[in-house]
Write a protein that binds this ligand. Sequence first.
Ligand code: F6P
Length: 568
Amino acid sequence: MRPLRGVPLNEKSPLTDTPAWRALLAHHKTASTLHMVELFNKDPQRFKRYSLTFEDILFDYSKNRITDETLSLLFDLTRQAKVEDLRDRMFSGEKINNTEGRAVLHTALRNRSNQPVFVDDENVMPKINAELEKMRGFSDKVRSGQWIGYAGLPITHIVNIGIGGSDLGPSMICRALQPYAHHSLTVDFVSNIDASHIDQILIKLRPETTLFVISSKTFTTQETITNANTAKAWFLNGAGRVTHNDISKHFVAVSTNETAVKQFGIDPQNMFRFWDWVGGRYSLWSAIGLSSVLYLGMDNFIALLEGAHAMDQHFCNEPLETNIPVILAMLGVWYGNFFGAESSAVLPYDHNLRLLPAYLEQADMESNGKSVDKKGRQINYSTGKIIWGAEGINGQHAFYQLLHQGTRLIPTDFIASVNSHQCNPTHCSILASNFLAQTEALMRGRTLEETREQLAAADIELHKAEKRLPHMTFQGNQPSNSIVLKKLTPRTLGSLIAMYEHKIFVQGAVWNLNSYDQWGVELGKNLTKKILEEIETNKNLHQHDSSTQGLLDWFRTHRTEEVKNNIE
Ligand code: F6P
């Protein structure tokens, strides 16, 4: 047998062998039998009691399988896990990322109060502010047409090359805030090592008007550096009379690694910096946001930071009982750890938020997909849920069937905007009705009796109707949160993202794991290097299982034939 992951937990579990956990377990026995329809019927004030507003955002959590007792026990668990203490330690710059010995300070990047924040006795605010100023200066030049490319033309196309946190955040922001974008700039994002990705983008562009933003915290990520080299070759080969000096007009870097940036051939003057205390998946607030700044303008980026800062203040100052990220997190714990929910869906009803689910997949699953606690001890409870989702309206015609009538409990977050930037009242009203109808349907379901009545009203013959009944009833009782923005603006988006970041933080704290490392991505990276060597040399250099070896052989054989065919 393969040894267990982590040191076996011999002593009592600091989470599950506790009064708060046991009380929740006992409470779950009765709470799980309650139907939300009954809870709403019993309490006409339920929405009022279980909804909160934060600035221009409404958070409705009344359609959850909870009572006052549930919430009170969940807050007991939060207190027992000392979440507030860890929160304060994170905000103050303590090195809570214990496995990497780093502070976790994405919140300092948006600390618009400018109160000092110390890492190793250094106040980091001056360097954050200096970098923001540098981003403003550069983006103003590009956006105003003062930044001139090698052929004397202004920049019209931005290409961000990055992956993971160096791609998902900025691309999500650019798409979400597209109505605020510069009218004559386009932005594209290249992440995939599959050359189809970069080729499909480069084919549309002209080297003389393109600016590449190479975004990589480490500046060693294979996909990013390979794509950046391809972009550089495209620029040098395709641009006619260019020299290496012209690279500085068309390539900038965002990174923590100056040496690697220089090695790549980018002048450190064209480098925008951030620091090791910013996790990749939390870096959109840093210079990693440069492509969004170029596209949207610095003032909009600052508004995004301000929205996030406002949510930080809420998270730090609001009591647990009215603290939106805490409630969101603890509802997730309730379903994941007590109902056994495996996944949770994010369903935006705003086309501009279509990339939010992918962004949250990384933010949440790379943070809390852990099976040992902070001390390296094996965990005996489930941790990060599978986060998934897509635009709600499209999902209704695709996967919602399973939400409504499947066998699994899948808690959902519906996110909608009251006012669209594309003000077409007919579209707006239909979209809003769909969002509202879905949360209601998931909660209410449809009983046998209601279904029978409906079939009778539709004049369906009795014997046919009776056969259809079980297929047409809906159990309901599927929990959902509704997060409704008055409008998707830079500020509300900043608050929304920060809300999710803090939700992830709270869950990680309760589960007693380190949300800020990601060792799980290492093994695949290491094996890739070995297999690449075998593909490039066409030699078997390492031991593999028979499946991997078989796949490698098949790939090599067919690849060779393709190449042969191409040559012929
Ligand atoms: O491999 C995972 C990861 O390290 C993510 O955490 C990160 O966001 C991404 O790769 C990109 O890393 P980098 O910004 O260093 O290129």
